[in-house]
Each structure stands twice: as structure tokens, then as C-alpha cells.
Design a protein around this ligand. Structure first.
Ligand code: PLP
Length: 402
């Protein structure tokens, strides 16, 4: 059997949606993007959603919108994809990494200890489809002592009056915390629509805006939209209408809008999302049924008292092995035709961050999680037969170590 890790879900309905865009005479930002934004608002309950061309560009946009720059600090977990940190670096600010919990999400106690008067934003990461403990994290940023330390240096920072909680929700569209959907649990949430994510537009992302008073989410949507379109007062669609040629550039914005051609792919997917989520859950439960009976295996949390995962990744851990043995297992599994992965190599183990002085020794839980982790394939197209084959292949790989 040959089982790929994460092929995109594309059916005739989705293909028709893309072809419809190609035939429509309008391929960049226009009606399909508007419709996708509306679908995300309906799915999550967040007040406004702005589509962009990646999670990464969305994060840079939000940080710039909030006035984050040189001398500022943004707290992130050490255990994430590098884009979380790079978006901060691209704004000239400093990523402050903190360790994670056994469940892979940011440790709220470590977060609190890392806060200084330079902290402007905290960017927790919803790992594998499981949301962070935002009750605890929101409580930290609203703590009296933490609020009094906050030193605003932009109009938006003054309006908020505290650290902004910006969720890296690249994995968590469709997940829930206390019945609240990802997208509505923090000030701002960004989903990724990259090709391997639960919903994809090939490349893309969406910013869910859920700011408290005195902000008007509608006004901030309009402003962020300007940020995504060079700070230009008219988008290409409006300018293409007869008599619409005149425009102004209000400030040095980015150019990170999503094209309709991509939005069409995402629209086709998001309309099927509750079905696709059920299929992901089917696979997550099948893995759990098998691996929870193996003493050597540690299953990820799919559901707990507060949270329901959207089963983006299945992050299995192997008890009692070391990093080299994990690598050996992966080689064995790969040889039998199953593509697996590791999420994530902690950032302090990567050259760019080592060069900046980060050390993995400072993040023992991140290393511990990483060294024994193997991400198994999980996507709607996987058959039960394939899932059984993956389970027995992982079991054989473990036994091959003995
Ligand atoms: C995929 C991913 C990103 C980056 O998403 P892009 O849309 O490719 O920019 C950021 N954070 C996490 C945790 C991711 O998995």
C-alpha cells in the first residue's frame, strides 16, 4: 500500500466552483472572496473575517496594524511552525519563546513569567486542531499587574489597553473550546488555508476579527482590508467598474489579498466542511481505538472536558523511546509505504533561531514532545482499510526496535 501524508480534498463540486471562476471573467479578489469570508463568519461566529494570501502574511498584517515593531516583544510557543516566529521578525520585533505543556499547547504559567513592559502581543498556537486554554491565557493578559505593565505605543495599542491575543489557528478551523468556535475565542484568530490544512485555497489564510469595545470590528475589517491592498482606497474590482478609475494610496500597505480563483477552491471545501470534519473524526477515533490499547503508545487529546479537536493532525507519541529510535521507526514505516511526519521540530533546533541565540535546553517539554512524536496520515479520503494498515505498520515499526 502507498499512503500519502496529506493530499488535498478535491471533488467535482470543488472543481466546478474553480471552473466557474475561470469562466466568470474575474479571477482576483472579488465576489468569491466575499463569499468565503461570509462562510467563515457563519462557521465560527466571529464578527468579521478578512481573506489574505497566507497565514504568514495575515500575521504580519495584524502585527503591523497593531503597530508592533522594533523593541517590541511577542510571546510565542517554542513548539510551532517557524512562520509564527518569522512573522514577528519580519516586523522588526523580537519573538520570545516559551515552553509548552504535555498537550503541546502554550504553558500559561510560562507565558505569564515571560511578560515584560515590551510585550505587545501573545501568539498561542492551536496544535493539531486542539485549541489552547484561552480561559487561562485571556486571564493572564487581563490580570491587573500585567495590564499596568502594558506600555502602548500606537493608537490601536492605546485603544486595547492591554496585550493583544492573536491565535495561530493554522490547524484549528472547526475546533471548539467550551462550545466557542476557534475564530471567536480571542481578539484575533488567523486560519491557514495552505494546501495541507483542513480547508485549503492552495495558499491562503483568513483573519477573524473579534475585538472588544471600543473597537468596531467592521471598521477594523475595512482598515485591515486596506492593509492587504497596498493601502489603496479602491480594490481592482471596484476600479474595473466604469468611471471607477480614481483612487488614493493612504499609507504604505502590504499586497497580500486572496484571489477569487483560490477562494473558489476554499468555498467548495468549506461548504462540505461539517462532512469533512466527520470523516477526520472517524479516523482520529479509529486510531484512538487501536493505540489506546497499546502500552507503548500515547494518544493525543481529541476531546477533553473543555475542548473538541478538529483532528488536523494525529500526533502519536511513543513511550520510552529516544529521538534516534523514533527516527528509526519513521524509516521503517516509510519503507512500508506510509508517509508520516513530525510536528514540529522545535524552533530552537533550527539554524535561523540557533543563530539568534535560542537554545533547545531552555524548552525541555518541547524537546520531550518532539523526540517521540510521529504524525500519522489523517484526511477524509483515507479508508478504514488504510487506517488499519497504518496502525499495524506503526505497531510493527515499534516491535522492530525490540
Ligand atoms: C501552516 C502553518 C503556518 C503557516 O501557514 P501559511 O498559510 O503557510 O503561511 C503557521 N503556523 C502553523 C502552526 C502552521 O502549521
Amino acid at each position: 500500500m502507498e499512503i500519502p501524508f496529506s493530499p488535498p480534498f478535491v471533488n467535482d463540486e470543488i472543481i466546478n466552483e474553480v471552473v466557474d471562476t475561470l469562466r466568470s471573467g474575474w479571477i482576483t479578489t472579488g465576489p468569491k472572496v466575499k463569499q468565503l469570508e461570509k462562510e467563515v463568519v457563519e462557521l465560527t461566529g466571529c464578527p468579521e473575517a478578512l481573506a489574505v494570501n497566507s497565514w504568514t502574511s495575515g500575521a504580519i498584517l495584524v502585527l503591523k496594524w497593531f503597530g508592533v515593531g522594533k523593541g517590541d516583544e511577542v510571546i510565542i510557543p517554542a513548539y510551532t511552525y517557524s512562520a509564527t516566529a518569522l512573522s514577528v521578525i519580519h516586523c522588526g520585533a523580537t519573538p520570545i519563546m516559551v515552553d509548552v505543556l504535555d498537550d503541546f499547547t502554550m504553558d500559561p504559567i510560562k507565558l505569564k513569567q515571560a511578560i515584560t513592559k515590551r510585550t505587545k502581543v501573545v501568539m498561542p498556537v492551536d496544535f493539531a486542531g486542539l485549541m489552547c486554554d484561552y480561559e487561562a491565557i485571556n486571564e493572564v493578559v487581563k490580570d491587573k499587574a500585567v495590564v499596568s505593565l502594558f506600555t502602548p505605543a500606537s493608537e490601536k495599542q492605546s485603544d486595547l489597553g492591554r496585550i493583544l491575543v492573536l491565535s495561530d489557528a493554522a490547524h484549528s478551523i472547526g475546533a471548539k473550546l467550551n462550545e466557542v468556535s476557534s475564530g471567536k475565542a480571542t481578539d484575533i484568530t488567523i486560519f491557514s488555508f495552505h494546501a495541507v490544512k483542513n480547508v485549503t485555497t492552495a495558499e491562503g489564510g483568513i483573519i477573524c476579527i473579534n475585538l472588544p469595545k471600543p473597537f468596531s470590528n467592521e471598521e477594523e475589517y475595512k482598515l485591515m482590508r486596506l492593509w492587504s491592498l497596498n493601502g489603496q482606497t479602491k480594490d481592482a474590482f471596484t476600479k474595473s467598474q466604469a468611471g471607477g478609475w480614481k483612487y488614493d494610496i493612504l499609507f504604505a500597505g502590504l499586497k497580500v489579498n486572496m484571489p477569487d480563483l483560490c477562494a473558489a477552491l476554499g468555498l467548495g471545501q468549506i461548504r462540505l466542511y461539517s462532512q469533512l470534519l466527520n470523516e477526520r473524526t472517524r479516523i482520529g477515533k479509529a486510531y484512538e481505538a487501536f493505540f489506546s490499547n497499546q502500552a507503548w503508545a500515547k494518544c493525543p487529546i481529541l476531546v477533553d472536558e473543555k475542548r473538541v479537536s478538529c483532528n488536523h493532525l494525529y500526533a502519536l507519541r511513543i513511550n520510552g523511546i529516544n529521538e534516534a529510535q523514533r527516527d528509526q521507526m519513521i524509516e521503517y514505516i516509510t519503507d512500508l509505504g506510509v508517509a508520516v511526519n513530525v510536528h514540529f521540530i522545535p524552533m530552537p533546533m533550527l539554524t535561523v533561531f540557533k543563530d539568534l541565540g535560542y537554545r533547545i535546553e531552555d524548552y525541555p517539554q518541547a524537546y520531550k514532545n518532539y523526540a517521540v512524536e510521529i504524525s500519522l496520515p489523517i484526511y477524509p479520503q483515507l479508508t478504514n482499510e488504510e487506517v488499519s494498515y497504518i496502525c499495524s505498520t506503526v505497531e510493527r515499526a515499534y516491535k522492530s526496535l525490540l
